[in-house]
Write a protein of this length. Structure first.
Length: 618
């Protein structure tokens, strides 16, 4: 037979359970508007029944309050974070594509098409006005305006690349900071939960951090219980919490974490002719790394991975996107040459058609080259005009002779059309147009029968007063053609700027002073010669704007799609884990009634005990 006080214990357990449920409901209500808070509920089950050795066998022993748990669905967490990764990528692409579109947009005054049309109009005026000094000066001025347009676009794109580069560092630093916070929270959570208590609020903080991380870079999360080594069937209450990023890199392992470390490339370590100096490579280091430590001991973070995801993937696509046009080839078996003076040269065979066209060339004059698994610096390079490049390896960084038969690459392939792609397109047009226009002009004669001079050239280095001569631009010994011309140094020949009368208006020295056969040839070239992507000179902007407009449209569409999915999945997740005030109000009444009934049960039993103890048998 059970004790006379057995019912009191049962009622007390119900009172405790109802009290825990009321406190949990109060906590939910108070955090209804707290970002990242997960609704909590009390887990309870019936206590083990007692054998009473009576005909009815067992008697219920009340309720046991097991734990206060978070109401959260890991399926929706994974879906939400995967969508955040995709959203982060397209948001960055969309934002910076919008800037590029603004740089290239023609406002009717200072855009490419407007300036090009003014140049054509000025050229026509030279003809119709029989080549007066004033019309010639106007024409030269219109050419100067066109070159300054490309100077401005080039500088704007370089500034944007520098901004993206700085944001990449901020992104990497944020990943490292989140890793440190998650590792710290893991320790706090395990300390608490090893006592048998759930660290719900700390788990909420950790999930918010992981949500933020998923927008920066792709993630994968795994949590497994830690068992007692001496008793494998017993769980300690602690868990092993792991976070992988970028598809292959373990960022957090319980209390340990790694860092993403940005390292600026050396001034002579460029991989692209048009890149700004100091672009960051990313290294993968331990938590103990400090500024000033040897970065050569750190492993590389693969920038060419398609699994990076998040904002970092989008930023890399904008900063490094070259439409998969990068330098790559193979060293033939006899391709490594070591001269008697110790200098080392490496011949590289290339197959891609764009590597055999100097107007598309983006190689720095000196930079970093990867041969096999080893990285070297080169001082200069030459091209044979066919399919072979020859690089002179910098002997000050030469630790070993490069191996023949290895693959070679400079930079890496990024299939997106980012800033390097638009730089290359701009430079290609400049080189093609300059070549064609100069050929026409040097073949003609001025009004007073002097030999024509070249019109378009580029400044040498940082000196605005020195420029490439026509012989330097067209030399056959290096087979580089107009390779050294870019949007950054594009200009009009100082000879013409000083004296517009040097424009070659006559196609033949026998023409009269007021004849303009050479200008007719020039107009024909401008209108009919297909110099850029199968189009004439004036259609440059149409082609390039089509690219950026398509990229902008695609990224905008994807951003809208993923933003909509973010709202949908977020609402689905909130329907489980969020606090519903109406539901909590209902729970409040339910648990209040349970508490009241348990209290009444205790009151009833108190009266029974009073009668039993004080009044029975007296």
């Amino acid at each position: 037979m059970v004790s006379q006080f057995f019912g009191l214990n049962i009622a007390a357990s119900g009172l405790r359970a109802a009290n825990a449920a009321l406190n949990t409901t109060a906590n939910n209500i108070s955090n209804a508007n707290t970002d990242g808070y997960t609704r909590q509920k009390v887990d309870q089950e019936a206590n083990n029944a007692l054998r009473v050795f009576a005909t009815y066998g067992c008697a219920g022993a009340g309720v046991d309050t097991i734990a206060i748990e978070r109401v959260r669905d890991s399926f929706y967490d994974a879906k939400y974070r995967n969508n955040e990764t995709l959203l982060g990528t397209v948001q960055q692409k969309n934002y910076y594509n919008g800037l590029i579109e603004q740089y290239l947009d023609d406002d009717g005054t200072t855009g490419f098409s407007s300036l090009f049309n003014k140049m054509e109009t000025a050229l026509e005026s030279v003809k119709t006005a029989a080549g007066t000094t004033e019309t010639k000066s106007t024409y030269v001025s219109s050419l100067k305006s066109l070159t300054e347009y490309f100077n401005n676009i080039y500088n704007s794109l370089q500034n944007e690349q520098a901004d993206v580069n700085a944001e990449i560092k901020l992104c990497a630093d944020r990943v490292s900071a989140i890793a440190q916070e998650v590792a710290s929270l893991n320790k706090q959570i395990n300390v608490i939960e090893m006592t048998g208590t759930k660290a719900n609020e700390l788990r909420d903080k950790r999930d918010v951090l992981v949500d933020d991380l998923s927008k920066l870079i792709s993630i994968e999360v795994k949590e497994t219980p830690i068992v007692d080594e001496t008793q494998p069937d017993r769980e300690t209450g602690a868990t092993r919490y792991q976070v992988w990023v970028g598809g292959a890199y373990e960022l957090v392992d319980t209390y340990e974490y790694k860092k993403m470390i940005c390292v600026s490339r050396d001034d002579d370590g460029a991989t692209n002719q048009n890149d700004v100096t100091g672009l960051f490579d990313i290294k993968w280091g331990s938590a103990s790394y400090k500024d000033g430590d040897n970065v050569n001991e750190l492993s590389d973070f693969a920038l060419d991975s398609q699994l990076i995801g998040g904002e970092l993937q989008g930023l890399l696509a904008i900063r490094d996107g070259n439409n998969a046009h990068y330098f790559h080839g193979n060293v033939p078996s006899d391709g490594v040459i070591q001269r008697s003076d110790g200098k080392v040269f490496v011949n590289v065979k290339v197959d891609s058609s764009y590597l055999k066209d100097m107007t598309k060339c983006t190689l720095p004059e000196d930079g970093t080259i990867k041969i096999g698994a080893k990285t070297y610096k080169y001082d200069n390079w030459e091209y044979d005009g066919d399919s072979t490049y020859t690089f002179e390896i910098d002997d000050t960084t030469l630790s070993s002779i490069p191996d023949a038969g290895k693959t070679v690459k400079i930079g890496y392939s990024n299939s997106y059309q980012g800033i390097p792609y638009y730089m290359e397109q701009m430079n290609e047009w400049i080189r093609q147009f300059s070549d064609q226009l100069n050929q026409v002009m040097v073949s003609g004669y001025t009004a007073d029968s002097l030999e024509g001079v070249y019109v378009l050239t580029g400044n040498m280095g940082n000196d605005p007063d020195s420029e490439f001569t026509y012989e330097q631009l067209t030399t056959l010994s290096e087979n580089k053609g107009y390779y050294k011309l870019s949007g950054g140094n594009f200009t009009v020949s100082s000879v013409l700027l000083d004296n517009a009368e040097r424009i070659a208006t006559k196609a033949d020295i026998t023409e009269g002073e007021s004849e303009f056969g050479n200008l007719l040839k020039l107009q024909s070239m401008i209108k009919n010669e297909k110099i850029f992507r199968g189009a004439s000179s004036g259609e440059f902007l149409t082609k390039v704007l089509a690219d950026v407009a398509l990229n902008k449209s695609n990224s905008q569409t994807l951003e809208d799609t993923y933003t909509s999915l973010e709202n949908t999945i977020g609402n689905q997740r909130l329907s489980d884990s969020g606090v519903d005030e109406d539901e909590e109000a209902s729970n409040l009444v339910k648990f209040q009634n349970a508490y009241t009934l348990s209290s009444k049960m205790i009151q009833t039993l108190t009266e029974i005990y009073d009668r039993l103890i004080l009044q029975t048998g007296v």
